[in-house]
Ligand binder design. Structure first.
Ligand SMILES: *Cc1c(COP(=O)(O)O)cnc(C)c1O
Length: 563
């Protein structure tokens, strides 16, 4: 049974179905797109994550634009199949029983990749332990580390209980999964009947493991105080591997993964370089992220591709041939997607958006380094540009982490910009950003905006989704856009390539953003539709054909899985 899988993909969040709240944002979407690509390409993968019975959270915005959070209710049995085996992990000295639920992700040629959702909500467990797989990124440090024990130790044990004996690679999507290395080490020792690991044991585990790091921010890497780690994980391997996890003062899960993986990568070329600098004594490669074309291309555009780009669902490289699409067909499909978005925005927010106005989209986690308010830093200038060149309307979406007060304030300020800027500039903030809303937005806007503070954007993927739908980006040169931007061909850059090391200057970046809108993008949009359509076609042909998970996964196969 299950003798055919060779890659186990571990991620704290995976977005497999828009109606299942098992993800919070980019990391989970990437994991889902990876699994969907594996199913299309028949890569023998099995994925492991946690169930998240209460989800991340449901976001509502009150009349002032202030975010409130509620648990997400969903009926697990409606989506997932319960599997028989039970496994036990030890959390803070207590045995915790786990079961798994299965979701089968179907590829275009009928191959399927199972995703296992681990669940601790069983009557055998204490009431407290039953909640361990309830909340994605909820709770305190103890809760977080306990979840990581469930994912790492529990995940490997569940795979074995299900008969997966032929796994050759364990891919850790971010450091949350890195405790799996300790279980793999333990397996070896148990098989050999030994108590202590030799350097050969560690090498053997290293050969099995692959690690992808996702954040260039040192504080973004999971660390736990020593005492907490000893209490919660309480594992003899922790002491043995003290060096590997930098376990002197704290348990650093990034170092654990770095030390016990034979291949490590960042998620875009620049992010690989930044990570190499951050972790200088390791070799860090890069594989630039992608998105899954079949998932993110909107139905009207998919119809155009079906007519003019045969094979695009089976092989995303085919999008290269989008240069042959008649511009009027591209525009007609875009208008249909735009109409659907504007109708939804007007229905939900009463913003009175106009189908003929240039519509700019911005959707991502509301957090300081993403600078969601940059485009509103000089409201007078923005109003003057719209009055002189043509009206502009914005569609925003994105959640702030429940404890991120600054993020919530940013949402509220953007929400309130509408009243301040009407009528030449209109602003709508849609609540509860998720996969379904994301799909609508990346296809229905005319321009996709991203203004992170470099070098904080490891990759970013929503602009890739927009490109596949023929929507060009206007973005800061960071993450994937350093690779995807050909000025005036696939979209436009804000500011300079930050490699010079000059400090980030918000006012300067805002000035560059306004200049581009005023002098280049809006005049082209309103007065030279033919030129704008050329950019739209090149966004699909040059960026859609490359920034997809078919290309990305094939790089993982060659460089990390079957090397
Ligand atoms: C694509 C996507 C993200 C990630 O977008 P970034 O550009 O990487 O920030 C987050 N949330 C949802 C719902 C998405 O669809």
């Amino acid at each position: 049974m299950n003798a055919d899988r060779s890659v186990a993909y571990f991620s704290m969040e995976i977005a497999v179905d828009p109606a299942m709240p098992t993800y919070s944002g980019g990391l989970g979407i990437l994991a889902g797109d990876t699994v969907r690509a594996a199913a299309d390409l028949k890569v023998p993968m099995v994925a492991v994550t946690l169930l998240h019975r209460k989800g991340y959270f449901y976001q509502a915005l009150d009349a002032s634009g202030w975010q409130t959070e509620a648990p997400v209710d969903w009926v697990v049995e409606d989506f997932l199949q319960e599997l028989e085996p039970r496994v036990t992990v030890t959390v803070s000295g207590r045995p915790v029983q786990l079961r798994a639920w299965r979701y089968a992700v179907q590829g275009v040629k009928g191959f399927s990749v199972p995703v296992l959702f681990l669940d601790a909500d069983l009557p055998e467990n204490t009431p407290e332990d039953r909640t361990l797989t309830h909340w994605l990124y909820g709770g305190d440090l103890t809760y977080r580390l306990s979840q990581e024990v469930v994912l790492g130790f529990g995940g490997v044990r569940m795979l074995r209980a299900l008969g997966h004996e032929t796994l050759e690679r364990f891919h850790m999507n971010e450091g949350h999964a890195s405790l799996l290395t300790l279980e793999l080490l333990d397996e070896r020792l148990r098989q050999a009947g030994r108590d202590t690991a030799t350097p050969e044991d560690v090498d053997a585990v290293r050969h099995l493991c692959v690690f992808t790091t996702h954040t260039p921010v040192p504080a973004g890497h999971d660390r736990f105080p020593c005492e907490l780690a000893n209490t919660v994980v309480g594992h003899r391997a922790l002491a043995e591997l003290a060096d590997a996890c930098q376990f002197e003062e704290q348990l650093n899960l990034t170092y654990l993964a770095l030390n016990l993986s034979h291949y490590v990568n960042g998620v875009a070329k620049r992010h690989g370089e930044v990570s190499q600098h951050l972790f200088a004594s390791y070799v860090i490669d890069s594989i630039t992220n992608g998105v899954h074309a079949g998932t993110w291309v909107c139905p009207p555009m998919a119809g155009v591709f079906d007519r003019h780009v045969p094979g695009w669902r089976e092989e995303s490289y085919s999008l290269r041939y989008a240069l042959g699409i008649p511009p009027e067909e591209l525009w007609a499909a875009h208008e249909q997607a735009k109409r659907a978005l504007i109708e939804q925005v007007n229905r939900e927010t009463n913003a009175g958006l106009d189908r003929d106005f240039c519509t700019i989209g911005f959707a991502r986690r509301a957090t300081a380094y993403k600078r969601p308010q940059l485009v509103f830093s000089d409201p007078e200038r923005l109003r003057a540009i719209a009055a002189a060149v043509g009206p502009v309307q914005f569609v925003f979406a994105g959640k702030a982490h429940p404890r991120d007060q600054e993020g919530k304030q940013a949402i509220q300020r953007i929400f309130q910009m509408d009243a301040a800027l009407r009528p030449a500039v209109r602003v709508a903030y849609l609540p509860n950003y998720d996969m379904t809303l994301g799909r609508r937005m990346v296809a229905g806007c005319d321009l996709w905006l991203n203004t992170p503070r470099p070098p904080m954007e490891a990759s970013g993927t929503s602009g890739m989704k927009a490109a596949m739908n023929g929507v060009p980006s206007l973005s800061i040169l960071d993450g994937w856009w350093l690779e995807g931007c050909i000025e005036g061909v696939t979209g436009w850059a804000i500011g300079q390539d930050g490699r010079s090391g000059a400090p980030v200057d918000d006012a300067k970046d805002a000035g560059s953003l306004y200049d581009k809108l005023e002098k280049v993008v809006l005049p082209m949009y309103y007065k030279d539709r033919g030129a704008f359509l050329e950019i739209m076609r090149h966004a699909v042909a040059l960026n859609g054909s490359f920034f997809n998970t078919h290309r990305m996964l094939q790089q993982y196969v060659v460089k990390a899985y079957f090397d």
